[in-house]
Design a protein around this ligand. Structure first.
Ligand code: HEM
Length: 537
């Protein structure tokens, strides 16, 4: 089913799936029967009841009744665009991924930006994390880099994800509030689960209200693994950096945008692309040799930690340009399905327990969201690389296969030829020795929840600190349970006493003495976040 590769490969493939223009012929039913009247239903007499035999009426209403599919359980609201990626130079020294080898080869991409908490119809400019998900249609299959605009996440183990999301979403009894995260359940969870604190610092900063999707960073968050042709692994963190720089809205600006134009971010993206002002992002990597796995004062597998850029600089490896708007929001932006487990040869996982959970969750949720196992055939999800497997049945099969569908097979049809590990294209899992007893316990190496939260705070300019304090005061000031306010401030005191005093006095709760703070500070206060995408303005 390959439509060829190169930057236009995806467009050529999409052309083949474009529906015939319904304006060129008469109106018909789904069965192709011409319809000459669609304004009145068939009735028994001019003022009589509607007749069941009116198949056109029944079909029209039935189709309307089924127009909606479940929205994503998180990241429901989004905006997407097509484009291309090109590497600056060959990355063969670290990875054999085909799309990272040749600067003259452009790989088509589809990107979806999103908010996390709000439903599909919510406003764009809320205080929230933003999704930044990229699907690379490579010659070796689809690679999805499913990231966010923060480099860290709220929890360390995916088994906490349902708890966290339930705490973030509107309360179960009345579905209030939407939008801003100001409510008791989130702060209750945060105050009881201090691993959230580093990402909460990002959430209370201006970084959580991007001015534009064109002015927003993206991060793979987890430590992933590059694998070279000789099998050597290298740990890698992915960074997208917008060419236009990082720009955010202030809280007051965001509030005004919500009222005046709830589509502020998606309109901005659409208009820029439509007018030829194509957004561009640079892909950078932080590379850590496997021999340095334990060289840091945090665990590389802990998704609540960054690797400070002073320790491992970000190395630019390529650029992405978004140059084409989708043609149909539902068909493309709504039906696109990203998955952290969509990897290609040369890119592999680590044992980060959040990543491992994601590798299960995305396919699982898409099986219900997109109605069964054949959603990879939907044009936006369809790889450019040839697909040849023995999986054929299930809801919404759009192709007519022939021959048998099992392996091994001597009768023809099916897919008898298995690519062995020697075959160049085959994905082989990185070999890693794993020893240990089955154990349900967080690794002690994941214990420090305060140092990098403090690092973030200490790297802020005074005006940035003011914005963070104002955000905490606003959000915590909305919490009804004084015990939750107090416990949160006491946790903030372990990040920074000044911060706790500013917030505590603002929301009317006592602040513990300074002596309880400070013990979690980094050994080397010189390390800062300054390098992380440059300014935080
Ligand atoms: C959706 C990022 C953690 C489950 C998404 C999307 C992004 C994203 C960008 C939207 C994809 C789109 O545009 O269609 C992240 C990041 C995480 C994270 C960066 C942490 C580093 C998790 C975890 C789970 C999870 C821990 C579950 C264990 C989901 C689900 C969806 C989703 C179920 C909806 C997918 C769909 O319906 O297609 N995530 N996520 N995420 N995420 Fe995550």
């Amino acid at each position: 089913d390959s439509a060829g590769t190169g930057a236009d490969g995806k467009q050529r493939q999409r052309d083949r799936f474009r529906a015939e223009d319904p304006a060129t012929g008469p109106l018909t039913t789904d069965q192709g029967v011409t319809v000459d009247h669609t304004d009145d239903s068939l009735a028994a007499g001019e003022r009589g009841p509607t007749l069941l035999e009116d198949f056109h009426f029944r079909e029209k209403i039935t189709r309307f009744d089924h127009e909606r599919i479940p929205e994503r359980v998180v990241h429901a609201r989004g905006a997407g665009a097509y484009g291309y990626f090109e590497p600056y130079e060959s990355c063969a020294a670290f990875t054999r991924a085909a799309f990272l080898q040749d600067p003259s080869v452009r790989t088509p991409v589809f990107v979806r930006f999103s908010t996390v908490q709000g439903p599909r119809g919510s406003a764009d400019t809320v205080r929230d994390v933003r999704g930044f998900a990229t699907k690379f249609y490579t010659t070796e299959g689809n690679y999805d880099l499913v990231g966010n605009n923060f480099p860290v996440f709220f929890i360390q183990d995916g088994i906490k994800f349902p708890d966290f999301v339930h705490a973030v979403k509107p309360e179960p009894h009345n579905d209030i509030p939407t939008g801003a995260s100001a409510h008791d359940t989130l702060w209750d969870f945060v105050s009881l689960q201090p691993e959230t604190l580093h990402t909460i610092m990002w959430l209370m900063s201006d970084r959580s209200i991007p001015r534009s999707y064109r002015m927003m960073q993206g991060f793979g968050v987890h430590t992933f693994r590059f694998v070279a042709a000789d099998g050597r692994g290298t740990f890698v963190k992915f960074h997208w950096k917008p060419k236009l720089g990082v720009h955010c809205l202030t809280w007051d600006e965001a509030q005004e945008c919500q009222g005046r134009d709830p589509d502020f971010n998606r309109r901005d993206l659409w208009d820029a692309i439509a007018s030829g002002d194509f957004p561009e992002y640079e892909l950078g990597v932080q590379l850590v040799p496997e021999s340095d796995e334990f060289a840091f004062d945090f665990d590389l597998l802990d998704p609540t930690k960054i690797i400070p850029e002073e320790q491992v600089p970000v190395r630019p490896i390529g650029r992405m340009v978004l140059d084409r708007n989708p043609e149909n929001f539902f068909a493309e932006t709504e039906q696109v399905a990203f998955h952290t487990a969509n990897v290609v040869p040369g890119i592999d996982f680590t044992n980060d327990p959040l990543l491992q959970a994601r590798n299960f969750s995305y396919l699982d949720t898409q099986l219900i969201r997109l109605g069964g196992p054949n959603f990879a055939q939907i044009p936006v999800n369809r790889p450019l690389a040839p697909v040849r497997n023995n999986q054929r049945d299930g809801y919404h099969q759009g192709a007519i296969h022939s021959g048998t569908n099992y392996t091994p097979n001597s009768l023809g049809g099916g897919c008898p030829a298995l690519a062995g590990p020697d075959e160049l294209r085959a994905f082989t899992h990185h070999t890693e020795r794993v020893d240990g007893q089955k154990i349900r316990r967080r690794s002690p190496s994941f214990q420090d929840h305060y140092s990098q939260a403090a690092l973030f705070w200490n790297s802020m300019a005074d005006w940035e600190k003011q914005h963070i304090v104002a955000a905490f005061r606003f959000e915590l000031g909305k919490v009804g349970a004084m015990s939750v306010r107090e416990r949160t401030v006491s946790e903030l005191n372990k990040v920074d006493h000044e911060l706790a005093v500013e917030v505590g006095t603002g929301v009317g709760v006592p602040v513990p003495p300074d002596s309880e703070a400070g013990s979690y500070k980094l050994a080397s206060p010189a390390l800062s976040l300054r390098g992380l995408g440059g300014d935080h303005g």
